[in-house]
Design a protein around this ligand. Structure first.
Ligand code: ADP
Ligand code: G6P
Length: 471
């Protein structure tokens, strides 16, 4: 088994196996923020990515991506049900997103979650060089740091949570709260999107595990110090800028606008089809604007891209039905022949097509009820080379802390959402240009490479691990 000095462990590999049109197996970049972010930095880095390929049963051999090796972890039907769809996505995901959907506490899932975490830890332990670094990602693998420390006490262990960490009173609802916390604190450095998450974890470590904490949330537990900190994740800004500058992408954007009937304004949303994304609140706001006559289908078009996600989990199936019913109702009520109120696209797009969509959008509407970061907001800003366009952004997305110049909105307040949408639609170009320039300036200084460098430098304290990164 070849070993790497840097190993990333994430539930999902950056590639999904999907059927090509001829029925053969085809590898496609997985949608979702974690895969987008890490794929961007690791594709040229000598490293190994340990993760799941998205299927059930034995994993097929996977091609390397440049100098990045992929080490698949095969999941059985039971593991997919209990670990991925169950504990990770029906218990932790809703709880960590402010319980906007009721978390399910099923006692049967815990053991599968723990055993599957052990399998990921074992896979990482096999492929990391002596004295190397392992960077564990996200809520699926919260027990891996501690399990890995037992197997490989010689390696540096990092953990990064891409989603929000909930307020202590919500975390306290979890039946296995102490084990989950201890699992994560097996790392040398625990990173979050926002500083508040580190405060929450420190507070819980005192309360549940009797740890000692310092004013800057460093945690001492069992004689070992665990550092914590905020490292807001970002995107490959250079990649999105290069795509947006390509003549074929610009032509495609023009063509899209023509295909939409050359409306005065195009509103765009791009989400995984997830209840945290606030799609229903947004549809309600838009439909009321149409009802009140404040927006006319004649001159405004909304495009909602909603890529299906976690489709075997009940709450996602129910959500999809509700959203599709609502889009149908709005189109039936407010559309005209040749004038569709909402264009609803349920498909995955490649990066160039997304860049063209972003260029077509006068107003990008990103209104999650809760989101760790939201990379779509950052991709939109990166794609607006001429500094035009308005970003309507939820206060409850991590990105809001960095984009103060967006049109910030509370998505739960439908009246406020309607007013903000109109404000963004009617804003004068100079105002928009000033806002967009400020956001672009921030983004170019805080891209994905800066994120990985900051995290890995904090992890090893020397810059040795970060030195292997591309660029
Ligand atoms: P999340 O991680 O919750 O899905 P983010 O907004 O942080 O939310 O990240 C979503 C990522 O998935 C972005 O990089 C976005 O470009 C990508 N994505 C979203 N929708 C699609 C789609 N229809 N096709 C391809 N990629 C998509
Ligand atoms: C979020 C999570 C990621 C996850 C992604 C897509 O970004 O933080 O860990 O990979 O959603 O979800 P999926 O369940 O398809 O992997």
């Amino acid at each position: 088994m070849r070993q790497s000095s840097l190993v990333v462990v994430a539930n999902r590999l950056p590639l999904d196996d999907s059927a090509a049109p001829d029925g053969a197996c085809e590898w496609r970049r997985s949608p979702g923020g974690l895969a987008s972010a890490l794929h961007a930095i690791l594709q040229q880095t000598p490293a190994t990515w340990v993760g799941w390929g998205g299927g059930i049963g034995a994993a097929p051999a996977l091609p390397d991506i440049g100098s990045l090796r992929l080490r698949p972890v095969a999941l059985s039907e039971k593991e997919v049900r209990g670990y991925y769809e169950g504990f990770a996505n029906s218990t932790l995901w809703p709880l960590y997103h402010d319980a906007v959907e009721q978390p399910v506490f099923d006692r049967g899932w815990w053991e599968t979650y723990r055993d599957t975490n052990r399998r990921f830890a074992e896979a990482a332990a096999e492929v990391v060089e002596p004295g190397g670094a392992v960077w564990v990602q996200d809520y699926h693998l919260q027990l891996v740091p501690d399990l890995l420390r037992e197997l490989r006490p010689d390696v540096l262990i990092g953990f990064f949570l891409h989603v929000p960490f909930p307020p202590p009173e919500l975390f306290m609802q979890l039946p296995r709260r102490s084990e989950l916390l201890r699992g994560m604190l097996g790392a040398d450095l625990v990173g979050f999107q926002r500083p508040q998450a580190a405060h929450n974890v420190a507070q819980l470590a005192v309360k549940l595990l009797g740890a000692q904490v310092t004013a800057n949330d460093q945690i001492t537990l069992d004689g070992r110090t665990v550092r914590t900190g905020a490292f807001p994740v970002s995107i490959d800004v250079a990649e999105m800028q290069a795509l947006a500058a390509r003549p074929d992408v610009r032509d495609h954007a023009q063509q899209l606008r023509a295909d939409l009937g050359r409306p005065r304004r195009v509103l765009l949303s791009v989400d995984r089809l997830d209840y945290t994304k606030g799609i229903e609140h947004r549809l309600t706001a838009y439909s009321e604007l149409l009802r009140d006559g404040r927006v006319k289908v004649r001159d405004t078009v909304m495009v909602q891209v909603a890529v299906p996600s976690r489709e075997r989990v009940d709450s996602y199936r129910v959500l999809r039905d509700r959203i599709e019913g609502e889009v149908g109702r709005i189109n039936g009520e407010y559309g005209r022949v040749g004038e569709t109120a909402i264009h609803y696209l349920n498909q995955p797009f490649d990066r160039a097509d997304l860049a063209a969509l972003y260029q077509t959008a006068d107003v990008m509407v990103v209104t999650p009820l809760r989101d760790g970061m939201n990379l779509v907001a950052k991709e939109y800003v990166a794609a607006r080379a001429d500094a035009s366009g308005a970003l309507v952004l939820s206060e409850f997305a991590g990105a809001a802390a960095e984009f103060e110049d967006a049109f910030l909105v509370n998505p739960h307040d439908v009246d406020g959402l309607k007013d903000t949408l109109l404000l963004a639609m009617e804003a004068d170009p100079a105002n928009l240009a000033r806002r967009m320039a400020a956001m672009r300036d921030h983004l170019t200084r805080h891209d994905i490479v800066a994120w990985a460098r900051a995290y890995l430098t904090a992890l090893d304290g020397t810059g040795r691990v970060a030195a292997g990164l591309r660029r």
